[in-house]
Design a protein around this ligand. Structure first.
Ligand code: IMP
Ligand code: MG
Length: 189
């Protein structure tokens, strides 16, 4: 199964590559074009709100492919629940360092699973009166969505498996893989 995996120290734990590096890089550039087109006429720099840590790798490639001026802000949230399921009870671990009132805000997220974390986040940021607010997410698991949260740009839909790589982790591992794969079930069971 993993004989076609690119050589990597984490490779032994990965069942299959779901999105290889060239496909990922090409789609990230398309997402950056989509978002750039929407803000072509914005009078001020847009604000990218990166949800750490998962979206950091995506943000790094995505932001450098934008053709409109953008500023980087970071937020850490923690979603309570068990390892496999978020509950929708979210707390802010690290808040934004800037006031987003009147700004064009683009939330940059790694993956929409149940949608609970993002739904809460969008509501919370909306209360701060940004000029506009939208979401760009790299991945979504359509079979898992419980809360339907608007996502203006989406990279890929992925199957209901445990996804790692390109920022996504399991127990803090695998984030540095340059492609996206499915973790072997025996690793997390
Ligand atoms: P949600 O609130 O259920 O949508 O959970 C979203 C968060 O859970 C994401 O931002 C990820 O941090 C994490 N997550 C959900 N599914 C996966 C996965 O397959 N691999 C790694 N992290 C995941
Ligand atoms: Mg996350």
């Amino acid at each position: 199964m993993s004989s076609d995996l690119p050589a990597h120290p984490y490779g032994a734990d990965i069942g299959a590559v779901l999105i290889d590096e060239p496909t990922l890089q090409a789609r990230v550039r398309e997402l950056a074009e989509e978002v750039s087109d929407r803000y072509r006429d914005a009078e001020e720099d847009i604000v990218l709100v990166c949800i750490l840590k998962g979206a950091a790798v995506f943000l790094s490639d995505f932001s450098r492919a934008l053709t409109v001026p953008a500023q980087l802000e970071f937020m850490v949230v923690s979603s309570y629940g068990n390892a496999a399921e978020s509950s929708g009870t979210v707390t802010i671990v690290k808040d934004l360092a800037t006031d987003i009132a009147g700004r064009h805000v683009v939330v940059v997220e790694d993956i929409i699973d149940s949608g609970r974390t993002l739904a809460w986040l969008v509501d919370t940021l909306a209360e701060r009166d940004p000029a506009s607010l939208e979401v760009v997410a790299l991945l979504r698991k359509p079979d898992r969505v419980v809360v339907d949260v608007a996502c203006e740009s989406l990279g890929f839909e992925v199957p209901d498996e445990f996804i790692v790589g390109y920022g996504l982790d399991y127990a803090e591992r695998y984030r540095t893989l340059p492609w996206i794969g499915a973790l072997r079930p025996e690793v997390y069971r």
